[in-house]
Design a protein around this ligand. Sequence first.
Ligand SMILES: [Fe+2]
Length: 256
Amino acid sequence: MKESAAVNRVNRRDLLVGTGALTGGAILASAGFSNAASTAGARAATQLPGYDAGAGEYVLPPLPYAYDALEPSIDAQTMQLHHDIHHAGYVRGLNAALARLAEMRASGDFGLVKHWSRQAAFAGSGHFLHAVFWTNMAPAGDGGGGEPPSELADALTESFGSVEAFRNQFSAAARSVEGSGWGILAYEPVSGRMQVLQAEKHQNLGQWGVVPLLVLDVWEHAYYLNYQNRRGDYVDAFWNIVNWKNVAERLSAASS
Ligand SMILES: [Fe+2]
């Protein structure tokens, strides 16, 4: 990585630490949601409104391509069910959980605060990760697949040793998620480096303060119609539709 880029990242890290901004707000900003931490760059990178400020509710962002655009890596029926049913369910769940928590504040009865806080974490993380996931993909040969642009490749090499090493670690992490979850490439403002994480369900095993850049849904609803039990084949096919430009934009927004 060029020294100037590294310096910029250090400055960004210091700024975040100094303002106490190392919270889930960074994740929200990365996902393109209205938030005090959002920046014009983050919004431009995501191009997906997941929140209707006028209505005060989270909303389902449209897919940035047709249901069948990612075939044969991901079939049209899976995409339609995944986006229209599963993701929509997380949006409804998040709105419902926040409404119940607001009712508790009004009534002063917090007897179910543990339940609805858990629901907010589950549905909210599901909403945010799916919103990132859709933009992380593009049709093969039309923005999807291939190799990352040079600046992103340099950053991946700095963090993981090589692009291939990153790809191997990410694939292994995604394949081996226990039960339902995600493989996640995230930017860590504290160090200015990237790391690969797993998430179980949507909200478990995460780290506070990191910004998701590239996420792969390995819930069975993401692949079972076409791949059945062959999660590894689905993970391999994912590389044919990765939208590296989107990943690079997310890294730029998170680190500058
Ligand atoms: Fe999903």
